[in-house]
Ligand binder design. Structure first.
Ligand SMILES: Nc1ncnc2c1ncn2[C@@H]1O[C@H](COP(=O)(O)OS(=O)(=O)O)[C@@H](OP(=O)(O)O)[C@H]1O
Length: 353
């Protein structure tokens, strides 16, 4: 019996070592290893992403917009499945690596950028940040590593993406994106600038109900009908001017112009063009969409990370206020030459005139 004591002891120590190893393995698989202290900029990122969700709008987040909690999960796990069950998140946690985006939706505000990103996110080869990072306009001084850290982890063959519609009108953005990578693919969702201006105004009005009327803001002089181009809702729609700025750094072949109107009337058709441009298999097709009569927009039968059909949230597809027709006509006249120039530059007639 004396001989058995060391035997039992060694068996026990092997048993306890195994328990410790298994506990550690389980701990890591659940993603807790990754929650060790992170660099300061990562912690700041979490805070900032909470603020800059949905184009900086402190509005009700849409069904597709990542919640702050999911952003935190995203930051900690490197995943963007805002609705994915947490166990999925933790298992995939350590796979892949964070890369700079190979494609960015750079604009335009109120063009339909959220819809496009959410439609793309159902593609298995696309991984995207849920929130708008605003790196190339607001947070450039945080540095490229900060930016890369915001990205979800991707596996070989997957594309990293983000969307920040204000990049399109940011003077410094083209040079900054170029210095990250001159091969970056740039997607611009454009929409009739008049409707876009009204949509932009509607969003601001929803946050500031005391806002002056649309016509008060649109005209510098109501009698002469002089348009106020310093009003951002007007200025953003001068697409030709903003595009000129980008073409100083990127050739036209690096751009894809998506029609915001067609994204609503024929989402599958427009998604086909987008997937081709990104070099992706055409996985997102008409079978992924259904037209929701109540919402008045196409919705996804199975959005990413969910098995239930879902539309974008309340902040997308808001009813627009009635604007006097003469005001809209005047604005239409104002945009016409810029639109024609834009059609010429892109080789695509968007049919707004
Ligand atoms: N499928 C679907 N569902 C809901 N809304 C859709 C969809 N496709 C395009 N749109 C249009 O997207 C407009 C909002 O554009 P953005 O997402 O670019 O806005 S933002 O700049 O991010 O605030 C939004 O503008 P408004 O209608 O003025 O709210 C919509 O017209």
């Amino acid at each position: 019996p004396v001989n058995h004591v060391p035997n039992v002891q060694s068996k026990l120590s092997v048993f306890f070592t195994m328990i410790i190893l298994f506990t550690y393995l389980f701990y890591c698989l659940n993603g807790f290893c990754d929650s060790l202290p992170r660099p300061v900029y990562d912690q700041q990122t979490i805070q900032q992403n909470k603020i800059i969700l949905n184009d900086g709008a402190p509005e009700q987040l849409g069904a597709y917009n990542a919640s702050p909690a999911s952003l935190v999960r995203e930051q900690l796990s490197g995943l963007t499945h805002s609705d994915a069950p947490s166990n999925n998140i933790s298992i995939a946690n350590n796979f892949g690596s964070k890369k700079f985006p190979q494609a960015i939706i750079i604009g335009v505000k109120k063009g339909g950028t959220r819809a496009l990103l959410e439609f793309l996110r159902i593609h298995p080869d696309v991984r995207a940040v849920g929130a708008e990072p605003h790196f190339f306009d607001r947070f450039y001084d945080k540095g490229l590593e900060w930016y890369r850290n915001l990205m979800p982890r991707t596996l070989e063959g997957q594309i990293t993406m983000e969307k920040t519609p204000s990049y399109f009108i940011t003077k410094e953005a083209p040079r900054r994106v170029f210095s990250m990578s001159r091969h970056t693919k740039l997607i611009v969702v454009v929409r009739d600038p008049v409707t876009r201006a009204v949509s932009d105004y509607t969003q601001t009005l929803s946050k500031s109900p005391g806002l002056p009327s649309f016509q008060n803001l649109a005209f510098r002089n109501a009698t002469t009908g002089l348009i106020d181009t310093s009003w951002s809702a007007v200025r953003i729609g001068i697409y030709a001017k903003h595009l000129e700025n980008w073409l100083r750094f990127f050739p036209l072949s690096r751009f894809l112009f998506v029609s915001g109107e067609r994204l609503v009337t024929d989402p599958a058709g427009e998604m086909g063009r987008v997937q081709d441009f990104l070099g992706l298999k055409r996985v997102v097709t008409d079978k992924h969409f259904y037209f929701n009569q109540t919402k008045g927009f196409p919705c996804l039968k199975k959005p990413e990370g969910s098995s239930r059909p879902r539309c974008l949230g309340k902040s997308k597809g808001r009813p627009h206020p009635q604007i006097p027709s003469e005001v809209l006509l005047r604005l239409r006249d104002f945009y016409r030459p810029f639109n024609l120039k834009f059609y010429q530059m892109t080789g695509h007639n968007f049919g707004w005139d």
